[in-house]
Design a protein around this ligand. Structure first.
Ligand code: FAD
Length: 482
């Protein structure tokens, strides 16, 4: 019996509560980690997943093949006690490798503190491990090829289609939690049901994405630096690449559907695809022998932000993960946020076990401000990654921040560090402080008030003072609104 499990069983009153049946819709990363955690807490958990068992089939293309896992995701992994198993699936990425149009590269560390880095992990391997770990609990069962069609949130029942037998069936439960991603069936039922005041918005970017591939080198090694997230930022579009354990990289092209000289709608021939990559990403093209085949075989998918409220209906049903708050991928935080949801949910469960409506309300009240913040930050980072990383003043800011983090590890964290490596600071707080710091440093650089030749301690004090002034202005502006 693992440590976390023992701790929960010692709650005593949890055992009665644990007799309850929890139905989870969607066995992706959020759903399977949730099943594992609730299984550890002793609940009877059934997970219904529309896809085949990920452990038995090849992952289909079109969903990101690898992902950047960072400290908020790790916090959730620690909660269930499987960090060593996950670590074995990760390739550390210590910084961004920026590729310019001439093929020159510049490395920019993610943090001035050496122990702070992000990890590339295969979605399929991660998901399979979570399912295996959850299934070790005899009170947790997974059912694959079962698609949820709709949820009756008043009766707490869900209608499923069984793809194996081609039949439909209804399941009931004490509680239904939907972790079925951006296209959530529960969210759709809330919206179409018109039984309560449910708000919903979906904002698409004009850019979509397509996954491509850099295979391993002939000797099985990596064709370019393996410990970096590679970025070819070109102002209006960009290419990124994340390493896989087998020597390959998963490459993602972010490009407008219909704007600019080259866009997804007009890249319709082999010659145009090669001309586009040859013009803008020549060094990447040299590493991608199957570019044209991959380009026409792999789907182009949209990028959007989903917000909705409330996330729950009474104490019957709840949305979690992307189903509640899907975001664009530019901060590498969608999965991390979805995993962190489980840590926050677990805390609400500790505080109010036995009262599902209170648990759901408390969880949503504490969590929403943070998921709203990361949604905004992810859109900001889209612009930073496409263009700002190549801009002199942003590079200068980055140099200063690296020096501050390195020399004052306990006193300074950049916005990126606050979001990515400070898992005990909520996303909203990270956003407010991070934006204020950015504004303070950029203003001082523009006005020639910051000079790296100065004593670093005095630069730190200057930055802290200016940041406080920006935060104070923000507080005054906020108070005037209310
Ligand atoms: P999902 O991963 O979407 O899982 C939902 C599950 O539910 C799936 O298994 C699905 O098959 C199943 N399902 C769906 N509908 C039904 C139904 N009706 N019935 C039954 N089952 C159903 N995040 C990061 O943190 N780092 C990154 O680097 C990163 N990179 C990304 C790159 C791209 C291009 C994209 C698009 C996203 C990226 N993300 C990243 C975000 C991340 O993919 C999501 O936030 C994360 O997958 C959300 O997990 P989830 O379990 O909530 O939803």
């Amino acid at each position: 019996m693992d440590k976390q499990y023992k701790k929960v069983l010692s709650f005593g009153e949890d055992l009665g509560e644990a007799q309850q049946n929890i139905l989870i819709i969607g066995g992706g990363l959020c759903g399977s980690l949730l099943a594992l955690r609730l299984g550890q807490r002793g609940y009877r958990v059934s997970v219904y997943e529309m896809r085949p068992d990920i452990r038995k089939v090849n992952m289909d293309s079109g969903r990101s093949i690898n992902l950047a896992l960072s400290d908020r995701g790790n916090k959730a992994i620690k909660l269930v006690g499987i960090e060593d198993k996950i670590k074995a699936l990760c390739v550390p990425m210590t910084g961004r490798m920026l590729h310019d149009r001439d093929g020159n590269t510049t490395f920019s560390a993610y943090s001035g503190r050496e122990h702070e880095y992000i990890n590339s992990i295969s979605r399929a391997d991660f998901n399979a491990l979570l399912v295996n770990e959850a299934e070790k609990h005899k009170n947790v069962s997974f059912y694959f090829n079962r698609k949820c069609l709709s949820v009756d949130f008043e009766k707490t029942t869900a209608l499923f289609k069984d793809y194996d037998s081609n039949t439909e069936f209804v399941e009931d439960a004490d509680v239904i939690i939907a972790t079925d991603g951006a296209g959530s069936a529960l969210r759709k039922s809330y919206f179409l049901g018109r039984k309560f005041l449910f708000s919903y918005s979906q904002d698409y970017l004009t850019h979509g994405y397509k996954e491509l591939h850099i295979p391993p080198a002939e000797n099985g090694g990596y064709k370019t630096n393996k410990n970096a997230l590679h970025i070819w930022g070109r102002d209006h579009f960009m290419l990124i690449a994340l390493p896989n354990l087998n020597g390959s990289f998963t490459v993602t092209l972010f490009l407008s559907y219909d704007e600019g000289e080259y866009n997804f709608n007009n890249l319709t021939t082999k010659d145009r695809v090669i001309a586009f990559f040859g013009t803008y990403f020549e060094d990447a093209l040299e590493m991608m022998p199957n570019l044209v085949d991959d380009f026409f075989k792999n789907p182009t998918s949209p990028l959007g932000t989903i917000r909705c409220s409330p996330w729950h209906y009474k104490g019957n049903t709840l949305l979690m993960g992307d189903a509640a708050h899907a975001i664009v991928p530019f901060y590498g935080q969608g999965m991390n946020a979805s995993l962190e949801d489980i840590v926050e949910f677990d805390k609400a469960l500790d505080a109010h076990v036995g009262h599902w409506e209170t648990v759901f309300k408390r969880y949503e009240a504490l969590r929403r401000k943070d998921t709203d913040a990361i949604a905004d930050l992810a859109i900001d980072n889209f612009h930073e990654m496409k263009g700002h990383v190549n801009n002199d003043i942003f590079r200068e800011k980055r140099t200063i921040e690296m020096a501050l983090e390195k020399n004052f590890p306990n006193e300074y964290s950049s916005k990126y560090s606050l979001v990515t490596f400070n898992e005990h600071v909520g996303y909203r707080e990270a956003m407010l402080r991070g934006r204020a710091q950015d504004k303070a440093i950029l203003n001082m650089l523009a006005d020639g008030e910051l000079d790296l030749k100065n004593n670093l301690k005095s630069i730190l004090e200057q930055v802290q003072k200016a940041t406080e002034a920006v935060l104070e202005d923000d507080r005054i502006a906020q108070n005037m609104k209310h």
